[in-house]
Design a protein around this ligand. Sequence first.
Ligand code: MRU
Length: 356
Amino acid sequence: MSLESLRYSRGNLLVLNQLLLPHITEYEAVTGVRGGAEAIREMKVRGAPAIAIVGVLSLAVELTSDPPREVSELLTFVRESLDRLTSARPTAVNMKKAADELSEFLAREAELPGATPQGLTESVVRWAELLLKKDVQDNHEIGDLGARHILQGAASGGAGVTVLTHCNTGSLATAGYGTALGVVRSLHALGRLSHVFCTETRPYNQGSRLTAYELVHEDIPATLITDSMAAVTMRERRVTAVVVGADRVVANGDTANKVGTYQLAVSAKYHGIPFYVAAPSTSCDLSLPNGDSIVIEERPSHELTDVNGVRLAAPGIGVWNPAFDVTPHELITGGIITELGIFRPEELRDGLTRGE
Ligand code: MRU
């Protein structure tokens, strides 16, 4: 069975404390919005889709255990809760999009004749549960579409392909299966993955702590490299494709993802290796025209200077620790893999809005 970032049943939410991985597997109960926002801010749960899902499910469990008695009370509670959850981490757009969509949905439902606090509470809880279910379905779609596209592009006959990936985009970063790591999983399931290289992903080490853990758990042939080994790996280990996730893909295809993604895209272009972003449509933000206006979260300096509480860096040195960078769309040469299709950056807007 794959690793699970969370366990949910109506009224109960358990979140895997990813700060303790890979050594300790401990699920913590999240009983409401305060705990949900804290788990997101402290990065016990991380990864753009998982952040949104834990956020809305924390709201669902609090509403289930303590249902509001008046419609107005419910509306205020939901609004304040979504504001709190959205501000926990600013770069990943999934939580903000979920908050906007849930608010619009609730406003429409509350306008219907005969709306009751009980009925509206049930609607919000169901909405949150659907988001959980849909994320897993979307990830399978992304994995299968991406795997087929890479195999077609590689024209490798029946031979396997080699993928390089960054950060963690697997079961732990989503409701299950994963995005970029979902593509790796699908290639593996097809028997067409020769090897995957995962970067350590300094400074937070999502690659060595989480992706490596998932790959070992799934028995997928994999090798860990430091971020600084990516270019030489591309050149000497015949990397077929680079596949990464996203925290926010904006209208022109510029993509914010874990810091280090940009330099991978530059290196991939130099080596003529297709560079893919794999992300559900919930990570796409068509309201921003380009990557210049994406807010990039800056993390505390100790995450860079210290490892497990032991300081490695010279005392007194200044530190800049942006958690994400923006890859310009022209470097996304393979395409943007979503559950709705694979798009070149310039096709993204039309591709996402086609069926609306
Ligand atoms: O800071 P994190 O660990 O939340 O950053 C995660 C990433 O950048 C992931 O690559 C991204 O959210 C995609 S997860 C499917």
